[in-house]
Each structure stands twice: as C-alpha cells, then as structure tokens.
Design a protein around this ligand. Structure first.
Ligand code: G6P
Length: 611
C-alpha cells in the first residue's frame, strides 16, 4: 500500500518522480504528492490520481535535483489534499513520505502536543515528521541521528524517504516492514517501493532490510542500522525489462496480463519440468525436499487470490501426494493461536511477497519451529528473503490490481510440487507422472486457444453487465476457480458475486436464484461432472440464467444452459489453469462495459503492506 519514490542526483527530479509514481500507482491511488528541494522546499499534493497532481503543478516551479513522491492508499485520515503525503514538520525542517502504519502514533502525538507541537493532518506520518524534528532541535543532532533516534521510538511499519531542509545534499531512506529499493546510478540514487520506477534508469539495486537506514548523497551512500551499526551495501542486478511494465498496445494491464498467460505459465515451468527426462526439478526446494516428502502436514497460507491458489494446492497435494493440507487465510492464522508443530511445512503464497498478514504469519510459523517455504512472484521481495526455501513463479510483473497471471503461475508451481512429491513418494506411477508432465506442457497452447474466443466472452458480458448479483459454482478442483471468478467480478466491476461449492447451493444461495440471477457454472468433465449437471438443472428449474464453462462439444450442458463457453479438455488436476481464463475475461469485459477503472478499482491496492 502506498508507493514511494525518491531521487537525488544531477537530473531534474520531477519527471523521474512523476513517472515513478505512475508505475507505482497500483499500490494506492487516492492521492498523490511530491516535494522538491531547490534552495527551498516545495510541496505539492492533491487528492486523486497522479494525473491530477500533474494538472495541479502545471504552472508551478518544479525544478530541483532532489525530491520525493508518494501515491497514497489511506489508512489514517480520509483521502484529501491535507492528508496526502509528503508531510512537513511543524517548523519546516523535515519533509517525508511514508508507507506503513505508525501504531503508537497517538501516544507520540500526545507527548509532542505537550511539548508545543501542533498538527494539521489526521495522519500518523505527520507525527513521525514532528518527532524527528523535535529530536533534531532538542538534541541539536544531525538529520541522520534524529531520524534513527525517532525510529527507535516507533512501533509499526514504515518505508520512508526523508529530506531535511538544512542538509540539502542528502536523502534519507529507512525501512521496517514496508519494502524499499535503492537504485544505484552514476552520481545519483533512486528510492522506490519496488524496482519498477528504477529499471528505466539503472539495473543496479540495493534491497533494504528491516531496520536499515540509507543516507544518500551525490557522492555516495552510507548504509546503517537504526542502532548505528555500519552495513556493507549489497548491490544486485535486476532482471526486469521495461517492456514488461508497459501496456504494449493493450487497453489495460489486466487484459495484457490475461493474454500473457500462455507465456507466463511457460516461464513458470521452463527449465523446471523436462518432458524428455520425465523430471521436475525445483532448485529452491532442493534442501527441503526430504522434509517435504516426510511431512505429516502442510499448511498453506495466503490472502485474496493467492489463498484461492492455495485451495487448488490443497486439492493437488492431497490428491497426488497424499499429504494432509490445511489452507488458511494468513490474517486468521496469525491471530487465532494455531497449533504449529516443528515438523509442519508452511507454504506461504504471495504475488507481491510483501503482504503484511502473510509476512506476520510466516514469522509466527518460524518462531514455532516449522519449515516455511514461499511461492512468490516479485524477486527480492520480503517473503522470499524470510523463508527457508521456495519457488519463484516467474510470471513477470503483474500491474493490474486484479490478479490474473499470478494465479495461474501459483497453481502451476503447486502442481509441480504436488507432482514431484507424488512421484518421489511413489504414489504416482511412471505413466501417470509422465502424462501429467506432458499435459502441463500442453497448457500454454490450450490457453492460447481459449483466448481466441474473446469476442464470445465480450458478447455474453454485454448481456449481463447490468446484473446486480452473480453466483459462481464449481466442485472439486473447480470450486476454488468459482471463488476466484466471483472475486474477479466484484473487485473490478463492483457487482456483488459469490463463489460456492455447487453442492452447497441448496443450503442457502438457491434462495437467491430467480430469472435475473446469472449463475456461472464451471462444469468441465471430471469426476463430479454428473453432479454438476444436476446442479445446473436445479438452477434452471428456478429460472436462473446459466453461463457454463464446458469442454468443447459438450452437448448435454449446451442443451440446458443459456450460454456455454467452450474450452479444451485437460486432466482434472490441471483444470483450474484453463477454466479460470474465461472467468477472468468475463469480469474484465463486464467492468469495461460498466466504465469501471479496471486496473485501479476503487478502495483496493495491489500490495497490501498494512494489516
Ligand atoms: C490484494 C490484491 C489481490 C491479492 C492479495 C494478496 O488484495 O488486490 O490481487 O491477491 O492482495 O496479495 P499477494 O501479493 O500476497 O498475493
């Protein structure tokens, strides 16, 4: 949540900051602001998107070689011009931007009020600006010391970029809990919440760790801990191409990412699954594989779409490897006093690798002695750095807030894990194992084929774009797909949608069905096929509208349903990878037809770094 950018060097900071903010807008977009230092400090901020900020500063002085910028997802204080970042301290010595939450802000605020400080905003960030300034003036110390001392009094999470008016050749960055990356150029440095604003300027980056403070000047960088221990910066090369973070001719990032899935799934299993050798090799699990094979229990944790992928993972691992699996919302797991054993394997799934609840759940599981693995997309993010091992999904940057290609990549990784475990545990025989490997290889081409039906998805979407409710039904492997389809629709079109196991419909949702209710039934041929055909009849008997995702040539369901969306056949274990595609496109088209902002749906953010 919230995107941070900063620049210090010899170039004009403004265009770098504004372009960077546009790249980070997926992290929050209710207000935006920048501060530039050119002899004096200038601050411009505005409710709305980065383009509103651009209009706002059109006639202003935007010169300066040092600056910071922020795009906000509100936590404390409603989204308005005043609460927008950057925030300035009462006497104007410090200006800062912040991603995260200062949990003890109200206590700190009261203390500062007692010492004469006044506050203009409702934010926790202004408290931090004033705390730094108070220590700076009272202690007569440097900006860096004031920042470190202030942070030692803070409880909570932060990614920070700070300018001190009196030390105009410095930019200070600090991290605890919220991600921060430093881009290293020639005589210049960049700060950003992730590498996307940096990649067009430099490929050399330093990922900050928790409790790190970086002091950036044109002549170099100093890295320390909050406690003043000197650190050696580890400069890494980022493997990210600018084309991967542009729309490349698509109207929206979401559409681009849906259409990228044949390639992104291939990238997920490329070099890991060998058709010739009939082999799956997951390097990041090498050392933990013996533990995984012997595991008595696997606990999968995640949030949102990643949790849905986890449910598919449960079905896969139990089915193919016969290891008991529990799937938990990270936010529930971390607070409900779960039983965690030392021989448990916890698999955390997260596209961003930064979700606060998932990170906290990982720490809890580690404390309890469990082995914790990550399935993440963003390389260098927090979760892969905190886990004992794991697998990157390699789906490439996902910018659309509604997750699409990350889901199919996560399911692909879980399928590879389940297949590999099943084979090594001798539960899968050679023939089944090689059939699964071969079928996984065919998935990208089958998705390619599904994508050619896009016009049909658009046509059906147009018929139901004004519905107020949708029901999504599936059974077995297709139940999590129903959940994911419903989530996609509500996220981006604001239509209420519920996903349900089809058999549970009769215990409640059936009461909602009438001639206005579209029911999307995921009904490809698997062992529950006959049952789901009966569920379709139950819906039709109550005059519901059935939109069914079926295998090509399915005449039975075609004769009952109002619409069929045909997809190629695959093995049941991999069916989630194909069936989810029509549902993604259905929600995309409905949202566009309703004039919704597909890539930046209201109130949501892609990377949820607050709990
Ligand atoms: C947010 C995003 C979702 C995502 C969820 C979990 O809600 O909008 O698309 O599924 O966070 O994020 P993660 O990065 O942990 O997968």
């Amino acid at each position: 949540m919230c995107g941070i950018v900063g620049y210090i060097g010899n170039k004009q900071a403004y265009p770098i900051l504004v372009n960077g903010l546009k790249r980070l807008e997926y992290r929050g977009y209710d207000s935006a602001g920048i501060s530039l230092l050119n002899k004096e400090l200038k601050i411009y901020k505005k409710r709305g998107k980065v383009c509103d900020l651009e209009d706002h500063v059109a006639k202003e002085d935007i010169t300066g070689n040092i600056g910071i910028g922020h795009t906000r997802w509100a936590t404390h204080g409603e989204p308005n011009d005043i609460n927008a970042h950057p925030h300035v301290s009462m006497n104007g010595h410090f200006v800062l931007i912040h991603n995260g939450i200062i949990e003890n802000y109200s206590r700190l605020k009261e203390r500062l009020k007692d010492r004469g400080y006044e506050f203009n905003t409702e934010t926790d960030t202004e408290v931090l600006a004033n705390l730094i300034e108070y220590i700076y003036i009272k202690g007569n110390v440097s900006a860096e010391i004031a920042v470190r001392l202030a942070l030692s009094k803070v409880v909570g999470a932060y990614g920070l970029a700070i300018i001190c008016r009196d030390e105009p050749d410095k930019l200070i960055a600090a991290r605890k809990g919220s991600p921060l990356v430093i881009g290293v150029g020639k005589g210049e440095y960049y700060i950003a919440s992730d590498a996307t604003p940096i990649v067009e300027h430099t490929k050399s980056v330093i990922y900050l760790n928790d409790d790190d403070v970086a002091i950036l000047g044109r002549d170099g960088l100093t890295l320390k801990t909050i406690k003043n221990d000197q650190l050696t910066p580890k400069v890494q090369k980022i493997d990210l191409d600018i084309g991967e973070i542009e729309k490349n001719g698509f109207d929206h990032f979401m559409l681009k990412e849906i259409f990228e899935q044949p390639r992104s799934i291939l990238d997920t299993f490329r070099g890991r699954v060998s058709l010739d050798k009939n082999e799956i090799h997951l390097g990041g699990l090498h050392y933990v594989m013996p533990k995984l094979i012997d595991a008595k229990r696997i606990i999968i944790i995640g949030c949102g779409t990643s949790w849905h992928a986890g449910l598919v993972g449960e079905y896969l691992i139990e089915d193919l490897a016969r290891i008991p699996v529990e799937v938990e919302y990270a936010s529930e797991f971390r607070y409900r006093n779960p039983v965690i054993n030392e021989d448990d394997i916890v698999i955390a799934i997260s596209q961003s690798g930064e979700t606060a609840d998932t990170l906290a759940a990982i720490r809890l599981a580690k404390q309890a002695g469990a082995t914790v693995l990550g399935i993440c997309n963003v390389v260098g993010s927090s979760i892969p750095r905190e886990t004992h091992g794991g697998v990157y999904t390699h789906a490439g940057p996902e910018i659309g807030v509604a997750s699409t290609k990350a889901f199919t990549a996560q399911v692909t990784v879980l399928a590879m894990i389940a297949m590999s475990l099943g084979y090594q545990k001798k539960i899968l025989d050679n023939e089944t194992y090689s059939k699964l490997i071969s079928e996984l290889h065919d998935i990208p081409a089958k998705i390619e084929k599904i994508l050619t039906n896009n016009d049909e998805y658009l046509r059906v979407s147009d018929l139901y774009k004004d519905a107020t409710n949708f029901l999504y039904l599936g059974r077995g492997y297709l139940y999590p797909v129903a959940l994911e389809g419903a989530l996609k629709l509500k996220e981006i079109s604001y239509i209420h949608a519920e996903g349900y196991p089809a058999a549970e419909m009769k215990h409640g949702p059936i009461a909602l069905i009438d001639e206005k209710m579209p029911v999307v039934v995921v009904a490809t041929k698997d062992k529950s096929y006959e049952k789901i055909v009966s569920n379709i009849q139950e819906v039709k008997a109550r005059k519901g509208i059935v939109i069914a995702v079926v295998n090509e040539g399915d005449k039975t369901i075609e004769s009952m349903a109002d619409h069929v969306l045909e997809i190629p056949e695959t093995r049941e274990e991999l069916s989630a990878l194909l069936t989810v595609i029509p549902l993604q496109l259905l929600s995309y088209h409905i949202a566009v037809l309703r004039s919704c902002n597909v890539d930046q749906p209201r109130n949501l953010a892609k990377s949820v770094t607050v709990e």
